[in-house]
Design a protein around this ligand. Structure first.
Ligand code: HEC
Ligand code: HEC
Length: 326
């Protein structure tokens, strides 16, 4: 009779040791990260200009890492706050905790080496080894070429230093544990082939996060067959709910009947385009799509994005973009 409880307690001890060892293993194994690379970026005016362009108009770092004016269309940046951080992403906007964009001006990153900044951008690990949550879009920036990643680092080193203390981000359970599984070491990539608009367009869409915002996902995984078909829900600060548009070549519900000139014009002046049905004075029509930043993209780059989007599968999916307060 005594045998059973003893077996059970032995089993319990084995399980407890197993769980303890598992926990230690998990915390040692994750976040997966490689030591920051020792790089010394060869700074030139052209490199800084490339970084400025990417950080402001394509990868739009400055979009999240500055104060945004949500009373205006697509939340433009408040001048003088470029890179100073502080934007809040919280539960009200659908995030698993409260996240603050970091101060990435030289005042915020004075202790960081170039290699450490590059690692944070492309692999999601901070200087002290903390796993960043993927609201900082390093899963998209993994695709950056080494040259472009270095250009971005060179550029943010030139931002006007702004001393601004940013509160630490706070994650809810279980994301405070799971976040450790998100970072992945970066494998340096060669420069994109600009002679092929489709290949270059695919590269630009990835680092501009078009797929992330325009593809619905289920438990963090994009739904297969719905790539670029839109319908992702966003809560816009001070406004209401917005759903991302279908940007596949479907001619009825996507952008299949948009000529290239219209596509480019839509980016250049998003507020006056014919598809912008609701005027901004109706606050419900505000959007998280960083139109004001993307407006600075070159014709070549918008053309490449257009060329790539023509090649993705047409998906019939009607989306009502603006539906008012949530
Ligand atoms: C969609 C919004 C968003 C975009 C776009 C974005 N970031 Fe971030 N970034 C964040 C948030 C939020 C954090 C803090 C995340 C956390 O605490 O887990 C962060 C953290 C960081 C950090 C870590 C700093 C620290 O002190 O811990 C660096 C460096 C950084 N971002 C640089 C960049 C660069 C460079 C780009 C563009 C290539 C960029 N970010 C684009 C939102 C963004
Ligand atoms: C932060 C999320 C986000 C990102 C990043 C984003 N979009 Fe959007 N996009 C939206 C939302 C939400 C809408 C619907 C509201 C609106 O029109 O602004 C939208 C609308 C659009 C429209 C308008 C379609 C129409 O019918 O008028 C086009 C075109 C578009 N996006 C293309 C792109 C491309 C190309 C990229 C990458 C370069 C991109 N988007 C990146 C969220 C995003």
């Amino acid at each position: 009779m005594k045998l059973l409880p003893r077996t059970l307690s032995a089993l319990f001890i084995v399980l407890a040791i197993g769980a303890g060892a598992g926990t230690v293993w998990f915390f040692v194994r994750y976040p997966r990260s490689a030591p920051p690379r020792t790089i010394s970026i060869h700074v030139s005016a052209a490199l800084i200009e490339r970084g400025r362009y990417l950080a402001n108009h394509v990868a739009v770092c400055v979009d999240c890492h500055s104060t945004r004016d949500w009373n205006a269309f697509s939340g433009p940046i408040v001048p003088g706050t470029e890179g100073a951080g502080g934007e809040r992403f919280d539960k009200e906007l659908g995030f698993p905790g409260t996240f603050y964009a970091a101060n990435i001006t030289p005042a915020g990153l004075s202790q960081w080496s170039d290699g450490e900044i590059l690692r944070a951008i492309t692999a999601g690990v901070t200087r002290t080894g903390r796993a960043l949550y993927s609201v900082m879009p390093y899963p998209s920036y993994r695709a950056l070429s080494e040259g472009d990643a270095e250009a971005i680092v060179a550029y943010i080193r030139t931002l006007t230093p702004v001393s601004r203390e940013i509160p630490p981000s706070q994650l809810d359970f279980p994301m405070n544990v799971l976040v450790r599984t998100l970072p992945e070491p970066y494998a340096p990539k060669p420069s994109p082939d600009r002679s092929s608009p489709v290949a270059y367009g695919r590269y630009l869409t990835t680092i501009a996060r078009c797929p992330v915002c325009h593809t619905r996902s289920e438990r963090g995984t994009p739904i297969q067959g719905m790539e670029f078909a839109g319908g992702v829900d966003f809560d816009v600060p001070l406004a209401g709910r917005v759903q991302s548009a279908n940007i596949t070549p479907d001619s009825e519900t996507g952008i299949g009947d948009w000529p290239l000139t219209f596509f480019i014009a839509r980016f250049r002046d998003p507020t006056s385009a014919r598809t912008q049905r609701l005027p901004l004075r109706d606050r419900r029509s505000n959007t998280v799509m960083p139109w004001t930043m993307f407006a600075g993209m070159t014709d070549e780059d918008l053309g490449a994005i257009y060329a790539y989007l023509r090649t993705v599968k047409a998906v019939r999916n009607q989306v009502a973009r603006f539906s008012g307060p949530s």
